[in-house]
Every structure is written in C-alpha cells, then in structure tokens.
Ligand binder design. Structure first.
Ligand code: ZN
Length: 493
C-alpha cells in the first residue's frame, strides 16, 4: 500500500445520536458508582472543646453539640438530627465531670463525650496582724500577734496555718484542699523598752525609832537581763539619830539603757513614851500569857489568878463569842486584854494586809466593847515567825510588822512555850515545860513571856502549881504593858 492508499482510508462516521448515547452511558455509570460508594451516616460535632479546664469561680456554659444525617458521597444532603445530652456540671464544686451526647436516626447511632474539669489553682492568702507598738524582748520567745488565712474555695483556713519561729523570723504556711500552698514570713521586731522592776521589801515607806537601825532589802528584775539586784545604785540621807523624813533612792539601768527608779520614805520617830519598860521589870519577871480565849475555862483561870493575886495577859479571839463577857472580868481584875485574832483563820488573815487589819480591828472592837479601851498590844496568829502565811501572801509578815510599828502597836511573841498547843495534853508536862523555861530565861537575864492557852483545861490546871513554884523561887508575876519586854521570833516571810 502506498501512502495515498492510506490517505484514502476513511474513519467511520459518528453520528450526534451516538454521542448523546455515550454521554448518557457515562453519566449513568457515574451515578451508579456514586450510589454504590455512598454511605449514610450521623455526623456529630461538639461545640467547644471535648476536654475543658475551668477555674473555680467561673461558670460553665453548655454549648451543646450538632448532628446531621448525611452521605459520605452526597454531603449536600443534610438532615439535622436532635442531640440528647446526659450528665451535668456543678461548677460550685471542684471535680471532673463527664457529659454524654447521643443521637439516633434511621438505625444510625452517634455518641460523643466531653470532660469538664472544675479546678482551683488559686492559693490561699495569709494576712499577718501586727501591732506597731508591740515588740519581743531580746532572748524571749515571740508572742503571736495574730494572722488570718482565707481561701477562695475553702474559706477561712486560719486554724490550719502552721507557724514556725526560726532565726528571728516566723514562717507561716497553709495549703488549701486542692494542694495550693501559701507562705509568708514575719520578721520579729526585737527590742527592750522596759526598765527593770524594782521591789522593795516592806513597801515604799517605813518608820524607824530614833537610835534603831534602819535596814532594807531590794530586788531588781529585768525582762531581758534578769536579776540586777546587785547593780542597784542607792543614795540615802537617812539619819536615825534625828527624827525626820528621809528618802532612799534606788536606781538601776538595764543593758539597753532603760532606767528605773524607786524611792522609800523613811520616817525616823521618837520612841513612844509608853514603850518604856514597867518599873521593876527584870530577869525574874514572869509574864503569863493566855491565847485563843476566852472560853469555858477562862472563869476558872481568873479564879486561880485572883487567889494568888497574880496579873496575867490575855491575847483574845472571838472563837467562843458566848464567853466575850470574860474580857470585861479580865480587865476589871487588872489583867491585860490584848488582840490575838477574831477568826484565827490563817488563810483569811494572811491573805492580805487589808484582811489582817480588818480581822484585827474586829477583835479590837469586841475588846473595846467589853473593857472600854482599844488595845495597842497583840500577838500574831502563829507568832511573827510563822511560815504558814507564805502560802497565802509572800512577804506579808515583813509588811505587817512594819505597819504595826507605823500604827504604834506592839506585838509579843513568847520565849517560854508550855507545849499545850499540841505537843502535850498532860498537866504535869505543861508545868515542867513552863518552870524549866522560866528558869532558863532567868539564867539568860531576860523576863519570861510564857505561852499558854485558856482554851485547854489541862493547861489551866497547871497554873496554880506554876505560880506556887514561881513565888517560892523569887519570881514576880506581872501583866504585859505596851513597854514590856517583847520577845520577837524574827520574821520568816
Ligand atoms: Zn492562837
């Protein structure tokens, strides 16, 4: 074949109808393929994130979900489907909440979940209270001025705060229920602004008789430096040879320059006239004294004394008020009626100076009622050396003896004890205690002041023999006067 032959060969002629048929066939085939490949499904979409972190205090807003029924190859076909939501979020409580979204349509089922976490990431707040005027003395432990802790979620956490003092600072920490921790530091303000406290034994005033010795005791205690008593500087113009009012000044500074000053007024007085000893008083003088009455034995005792014409001294109480009339008889017979105590209640009389003098005055009023005169003579319950008063009021005996002197009162202890207060209930032992004691005083060159109790029958029963022994041995019995020899045991409190 030549090239011409080839050129002459004609392509078959295609008609318009055939083309249309072919296009249709192609389209039909495509539609069939699409329909075969397409899948119907429920397409669900959450509005908002599927895991949400929400700070406590902000409110949760449900945004929901949308769902359509659609074909994978035919997305333009969309039927909206209703979504059902289960579960809930309580945004007032921290925690993890799960919400479930479901949709059902034409046998198709769709389901999605959303996790909502309500969390507290804010730490509590600690607020320290502080008084600008307060400070901690050096070497002292810090005294808490106060603090508060508040949490946005847990509220008041003040009681959970831990405070630790270290190296001049206080470290406070507290955690809330979500584990958020707060801490603050306080710097302790150390200072020393107080001077030492000066204490003067016997108070800030004292009376001394001309010629007597003035003695005094002082203490100085500082909150930082401790006992500074030995460093107290004293200036004094006291001259006990001349009556007058004198001042003793006590000055002390602590190590930070805080100075304290105390003064004591010393009054030097002439001795009262009636403090002269009675004429004839000497080593053979015997003062019989009877405490705690009058009682049922007092009239009997008055009879014995009267029988020998011996004068004695009664330190009276109001223990047996029915026998108060005996005081009038005592005074009328020439005996001395003096104050012991109205109540004889140690816990009361030694609770304070006021209580002591109230009890004293109460008894003295009874004496005045019975005898017409108040007494300036007395005997302390338990004697001036008693230690029982320590448990009620420290130092009270020092102050009472001083005050008694200021008032012009004289107190009498004793230098012969009969033992009738408890050691013995035997009349013959009372007798021998007393006569031996009187003899010992005579040897020592001092009058005897004998302690007995007219509340004890066995003691009163010894009196006649004691007087007889005394008179036979050259002793003189007398009633105490304000100026009589007054043995003082010495104060122990
Ligand atoms: Zn007594």
């Amino acid at each position: 074949m030549t090239n011409k032959d080839i050129k002459k060969k004609k392509l078959p002629k295609v008609s318009g109808l055939a083309i249309a048929a072919i296009v249709f066939a192609v389209l039909a085939l495509s539609a069939t393929v699409i329909l075969l490949m397409n899948k119907w499904e429920l397409a669900m979409k959450l509005n908002g994130a599927d895991i949400m972190h929400l700070e406590y205090g902000t409110s949760y807003k449900e945004e929901g979900a949308t769902c359509v029924y659609t074909g994978t190859w035919l997305p333009f076909i969309r039927d909206e489907v209703e979504v059902t939501e289960t579960g809930s979020v309580d945004d007032t409580k921290t925690g993890t909440y799960t919400l479930t979204y479901t949709a059902d349509y034409k046998n198709e089922h769709a389901e999605m979940i959303r996790t909502v976490i309500i969390e507290d990431t804010q730490p509590p707040r600690i607020v320290l209270e502080s008084d600008p005027d307060s400070y901690t003395p050096y070497n002292h432990e810090y005294e808490e001025e106060g603090f508060k802790a508040e949490d946005n979620y847990d509220g008041d956490l003040s009681e959970k705060v831990k405070a630790e003092e270290k190296d001049g600072k206080v470290y406070y920490t507290v955690s809330d229920s979500s584990g958020n921790t707060a801490s603050v530091v306080r710097t302790i303000n150390y200072d020393d602004r107080k001077g030492p406290v000066i204490t003067l034994s016997g108070g800030d005033s004292v009376t001394v008789y001309v010629g007597d010795k003035f003695s005094h005791e002082w203490f100085a205690e500082d909150d930082v430096d401790g006992d500074l008593s030995e460093d107290v500087k004293i200036t004094s113009d006291v001259d006990t040879s001349k009556p007058g009012e004198y001042t003793v000044t006590y000055t002390i500074s602590d190590s930070h320059g805080n100075e304290s000053v105390a003064t004591k007024t010393v009054t030097v007085k002439e001795k009262p006239k009636n403090s002269d000893p009675p004429a004839g008083e000497g080593a053979t003088t015997v003062y019989l004294t009877f405490d705690d009455g009058p009682s049922q034995y007092t009239e009997q005792l008055l009879g014995i004394l009267d029988q020998y014409n011996v004068k004695a001294t009664f330190f009276t109480t109001s223990a047996y008020p029915g026998y108060a009339y005996c005081m009038a008889k005592e005074a009328a017979a020439g005996h001395t009626v003096a104050v012991h105590t109205a109540t004889h209640d140690y816990a009361y009389v030694y609770s304070s100076e006021d209580a002591y003098w109230a009890d004293f005055n109460r008894q003295n009023a009874v004496i005045a009622e019975q005898t017409g005169i108040y007494s300036t003579m007395f005997r302390f319950p338990g004697g001036s050396s008693n230690t029982v008063s320590r448990s009620y009021n420290s130092g009270i005996m020092s102050r009472l003896t001083q005050q008694a002197a200021n008032y012009g009162y004289q107190y009498f202890d004793w230098n012969v004890s009969s033992g009738d207060a408890g050691e013995t209930t035997d009349t013959s032992v009372v007798y021998s205690n007393v006569v031996n004691g009187i003899a010992a005083c005579a040897r020592a060159g001092v009058p005897a002041v004998v302690l007995q109790h007219d509340t004890k029958g066995y003691s009163v029963a010894a009196v006649a023999s004691i007087i007889e022994w005394g008179l036979e041995n050259g002793y003189t019995f007398a009633a105490l006067t304000p100026g009589s020899y007054a043995p003082h045991h010495g104060v122990n409190n």
